[in-house]
Write a protein that binds this ligand. Structure first.
Ligand SMILES: [Zn+2]
Length: 421
């Protein structure tokens, strides 16, 4: 990408006041009522558009856009074994690249600045992230229950080296797929390597009730307790799902400083039959983020739409309308309560922070009346985003993203190659 000019936005609205914002070197260097452009700056006149922090998708498999609408009427284990895994065996890096480019395009359009990804050919996803302008923490999925543990370890090491060679917007993690696909030995090894290399661990945990009962039967403990025994739980650990975590597990997870990422829409689509226990997690002090999960099992990457589902299911399951106030829900979707998710550069709209922000559509019917947070959670969807800026670069301006048509066409081509499209 070309050398980046400084960017100045004027006429945006933040907390009811008109503000400007100036970005230089990928950081916010000025934010307030009197910000003016310097000569040579790229400029945006926000014309009354609300300024907002971008969304953080804490768990996805971006390139699974290729699988959208494929095998979608199957339960989790049959969907994986019959629809997903046989096709994944044929994936090439170019498939993953264009699938991930499509995902990035969608995330730019719906206001997501960064995501946590777990997928095959992680170097191809990293290239897609770099080319699209987003940020991501990426992990190679690790399996050894049906295969070789030595091979999984080799893939893990190679992926960390490959990902480290990418630019500052790409981070790496170790991503054992789950406790039912990664052996005890592999999980212990992951915990040691993650600590040695100071990288995150990203794993699916407690997604189905079956996973919990199998874990108790095989290991004599519930999933979080089992992972803790192997040394996997720590401040750099992301646990996706957590639907069936009980109070003791939530207290353990809070004590270890792990982050749990809830994926309400994927859980409902795969009919797991439960709801992430947010009120108990909050009470225990667990760090919580929100994810879409892969577009093969959601099928959307519109985190703002999923936020509404998250808030509704929490209120409904608790039979309590006070369980998740709108401002808190918005904080969850922007990573405000899960510092690990934005740990590389931090989050939030502040001077010195990353130049990552959104301008929402000025004068839109969905946001013009009432409380902004309540409107964002319950009235809007990702289509409310007008302009997306990441690291000071304008990725979408007035709803337009450069190269959209080619990305859609190439992703469709790759999906057809795999017999999916
Ligand atoms: Zn997942």
């Amino acid at each position: 990408m070309a050398e980046l000019a400084a960017l100045t936005v004027t006429g945006a609205v933040l907390d009811g006041a008109t503000v400007g914002l100036r970005c230089e070197g990928g950081k916010i260097v000025a934010l307030g009522p009197d910000v003016a452009a310097a000569p040579g700056d790229e400029t945006i006149d926000a014309a009354g558009a609300p300024l907002a922090a971008p969304l953080v998708n804490g768990h996805t498999h971006a390139a699974m856009t290729l699988f959208r609408g494929y095998g979608g009427d199957l339960p989790l284990m049959r969907w994986l074994r019959e629809a997903v895994w046989p096709v994944e065996a044929k994936l090439e890096p170019e498939d993953v690249y264009w699938g991930a480019r499509l995902a990035c395009l969608e995330m730019i359009r719906n206001g997501t600045s960064r995501f946590w990804d777990m997928y095959w050919h992680p170097g191809a996803t990293a290239r897609a992230v770099e080319d699209s302008g987003l940020r991501a923490t990426i992990g190679q999925p690790l399996f050894d229950v049906d295969g070789s543990s030595a091979e999984a370890r080799e893939m893990a090491r190679a992926s960390l080296d490959e990902l480290a060679a990418h630019g500052p917007r790409v981070g790496s993690s170790l991503a054992p797929h789950s406790i039912y696909t990664a052996s005890e030995g592999l999980l212990r090894w992951v915990a040691e390597l993650a600590s040695e290399r100071e990288v995150a661990v990203h794993i699916h945990l407690s997604e189905t009730e079956q996973e919990v009962s199998d874990c108790i039967e095989q290991h004599g403990a519930r999933p979080a307790t089992y992972l803790d025994r192997l040394g996997v739980l720590g401040e750099r650990t992301v646990l996706a799902h957590g639907v069936w975590l009980d109070r003791e597990e939530l207290e353990l997870i809070a004590a270890r400083g792990c982050t749990v990422v809830a994926n309400p829409v994927a859980n409902m689509k795969l009919a797991v039959g439960g709801v992430f226990p947010y009120p108990a997690a909050r009470k225990a002090g667990v760090r919580v983020g929100l994810g879409t999960d892969g577009p093969g099992s959601n099928d959307s990457l519109d985190l703002l739409s999923d936020l509404k589902v998250f808030a509704l299911t929490q209120r409904h399951a608790a039979a309590d309308a006070t369980v998740l106030p709108a401002g808190e829900a918005w904080g969850i979707a922007t990573g405000a309560f899960a510092p690990l998710l934005t740990a590389d550069v931090g989050g939030g709209l502040r001077i010195g922070g990353p130049a990552d922000f959104l301008l929402l559509r000025a004068g839109s019917p969905e946001l013009s009346l009432g409380d902004l947070y309540s409107d964002l959670v319950y009235s809007a969807s990702g289509s409310i985003v007008d302009t997306t800026v990441v690291a000071g670069r304008v990725l979408m301006r007035a709803g337009a993203v450069a190269g959209s048509e080619e990305i859609v066409a190439r992703a469709l081509e790759r999906s057809r190659r795999l017999g999916l499209g």
